[in-house]
Design a protein around this ligand. Structure first.
Ligand SMILES: [Zn+2]
Length: 343
């Protein structure tokens, strides 16, 4: 397992980068991300998993967009903990999840039960009976005992009851409902890369937003700020093809050449480089087996000779035989002997 994790160091993800930028004098800022090897790593691990094989095409499309979106959201909020973007589907896609750590370590997986046709609409996969949900969870890094992670949940329907057919629309709605923030998101993916741009109206007007002056704040209502609306329309003119193939500075120039755009300086130590990495470990799987209880663990061992757990995110395999399992439920044998018996 260590070997697998050590292989994927940040150096391998040179092509991925998050670019933050602001519009000078306006309460609007944005982030652009383009990822290649982070995304292809997620796909290839799934393809190599003999139990699952590769994702159907529409699932790859959704998961790629979710991966770009989750990195943008984590970059935007700079949360000191894991940001977890999840879709809970009521069709063949049961769940899709992307987790992004504060240093932009990313992992993603999806569970599909049944057939997904090549040209399936988003609503056919995840919102057939209007029971689908999208959630964003903020799980603090050093959660205190009993402290719950914060989670916001939205349905996958418009106010008029129609299903959304684009993830970007679902997330824009989430930001409006849960955060009361005007947000524009454009996402794109293919089998080689995933990318996205996020524009957000900051809740404070003009220079105060940039200077941190919290006095006499005049807040705009949603959908009221003309500068944001203009920039939002420009952003929405970006095509998937442009997003996936053009360099970031070309994209930003092409969209905003009439605006006073400034790239925010990022030093090397700041988290701007997403990379693939899984947080699974033998210890965590052991804790999960302990959670099942001795009786359940023994009944699995009666059926099969081992308890065999593979990680949905990275494909790593953890095998616990009867002896390993017995040790998990007999803490005494895991403890070092007491000092007085060390003679
Ligand atoms: Zn894993």
């Amino acid at each position: 397992m260590c070997k697998i994790q050590n292989v994927f160091k940040r150096g391998l993800s040179k092509l991925a980068k998050v670019h933050p930028f602001i519009f000078e004098g306006l309460p609007v800022r944005g982030f652009l991300v383009q990822m290649q090897d982070t995304w292809t790593e997620i796909l290839s691990r799934r393809r190599l998993n003999p139990e699952t094989g590769e994702y159907p095409k529409p699932v790859r499309a959704l998961l790629g967009e979710m991966t770009a979106a989750a990195v943008l959201l984590q970059s935007n909020i700079k949360f000191d903990g894991a940001l977890i973007l999840q879709i809970w589907g009521d069709g063949p896609l049961k769940v899709a999840v992307v987790e992004v750590q504060p240093d932009l370590r990313v992992r993603a997986t999806a569970k599909v039960v049944g057939e997904v046709s090549e040209d399936a609409l988003l609503s056919e996969m995840i919102n057939r009976n209007h029971m689908g949900r999208c959630s964003i969870t903020y799980d603090p890094q050093n959660r205190r005992r009993g402290q719950q992670p914060y989670q916001g949940v939205v349905p996958l329907d418009r106010d008029n009851g129609e299903s959304y057919e684009r993830l970007s629309d679902i997330l824009e709605q989430y930001m409006r409902r849960s955060e009361q923030l005007d947000t524009t998101i454009v996402l794109g993916t293919d089998d080689d890369s995933c990318a996205g741009i996020l524009i957000q109206r900051m809740p404070i007007k003009g220079q105060d937003n940039l200077g941190g002056n919290q006095q006499d704040i005049e807040q705009d209502a949603l959908d009221q700020n003309e500068d944001y609306k203009r920039i939002s329309i420009l952003t929405k003119s970006l095509t998937t093809q442009e997003l996936l193939t053009l360099k970031s500075d070309v994209i930003l120039h092409r969209l905003f050449w009439e605006e006073r755009l400034a790239h925010l300086a990022t030093d090397e130590s700041s988290a701007v480089t997403p990379y693939f990495g899984c947080t699974c470990s033998r210890q965590r799987v052991a804790a999960m087996i302990q959670g099942l209880g001795l009786e359940e663990a023994e009944s699995i061992l009666e059926e099969k000779s081992n308890i065999d757990v593979s990680c949905d995110f990275c494909g790593a395999n953890y095998i616990f035989d009867a002896v390993d399992t017995a040790l998990l439920f007999n803490n005494q044998t895991l403890q070092p002997p007491a000092p007085d018996v060390l003679q």
